[in-house]
Write a protein that binds this ligand. Sequence first.
Ligand code: UT7
Length: 355
Amino acid sequence: MLRSKVAGIGYYVPEQVVTNNDLTEFMDTSDEWIQERTGIKERRYGKKFEETTTTMGARAAEKAIADAGINKEDIDFIIFATLSPDYYFPGCGVLVQRELGITGKEAGALDIRNQCSGFVYGLSVADQFVKSGMYKNVLVIGAEMHSMGLDYSTRGRNVTVIFGDGAGAVVLQPTEEENKGILTTKLHSDGTYAEKLAFISPGAHGGYHQRDAEEKIDYAFSDAKYGEMFVNEHMLENGLLFPDMEGQFVFKLAVQKFPEVIREALEEAGLKPGDIDMLVPHQANLRISKFVQKRMGLSDDQVWNNIQKFGNTTAASIPIALAEAVEKGAVKEGDLVCLAAFGSGFTWGSALIRW
Ligand code: UT7
């Protein structure tokens, strides 16, 4: 039976460390509040005007490609998950192809806009391509440069303190080895509460969407007969060009959906929570990870957390955490690894991998 295995993995985090105390220079917050509510001590920010989501993704990809022992030119297909793309369009998939210098082969590139669950979705798509025999080397990247799009005033503190920059990547290859590779992936979504965690502008909503209807925000910028601008002064003045989250609402759903989707994958594979050697949850909030750990009856050494150092890097958080766990020898050949994510959309998912 053909399965896909993680043949190579790598991550990249920018050098610049930003502590909780650094953020108190701009907003009314404290190291104590951030650590107590999120577990975060510090995060990394990319070098302004030098690093981007694409360049960080490329650095992680180079490591994954080297780890797989292949050449960049061997990549058949690129999947790039991010919510902070360099451009509105084209996507980071083609930009990373150019950054890696592999445009000559004209390999396909696909961008995934599923925020926190973007990497799990990307992995699942790649898994289908590899299992079907369509591609032999699929590169899956999760990368974010949040620091370029955050509200650094007190107004944005509930979101801004959480996010960090970074990138992680894997190369998936086919394998016929018994009991190795991706056993299953589970993907879900429910768009009912799309605006509870969203970055709605700039966008083509033209002034109408659910949250505006509720709050009666008037976006109208001009009296033009057709169309509006993606970005207008009203949005700027009212801080609508930043991510926005109803934290407690998201938190409550997250702690319900994480265990649900992990159990779903385990059941399909005929396994139980105790069989998990390493759970790598999306690094949303340390309190969420601890809650999930308790619900699943797992011990500290069965769950990998690094949000303390890197913050929430959205689509990059799982590949960064997984790559770090592998690098530190916490994930070994034959281990059962479980990935799980929940976030904006809402979208959520899990993957079970026999390492
Ligand atoms: O990654 C994708 C999915 N995302 C998540 O899963 C995130 C889920 N949500 C969370 O992690 C948490 O809800 C947050 C960390 C975002 C917020 O923590 P919370 O304990 O839910 O706080 P809260 O939003 O209920 O706010 C409590 C208080 C408020 O003040 P009042 O109204 O009680 O006076 C906030 O204004 O804390 C205040 N607050 C802050 N204070 C200091 C919010 N952010 C900050 C801050 N520093 N950075």
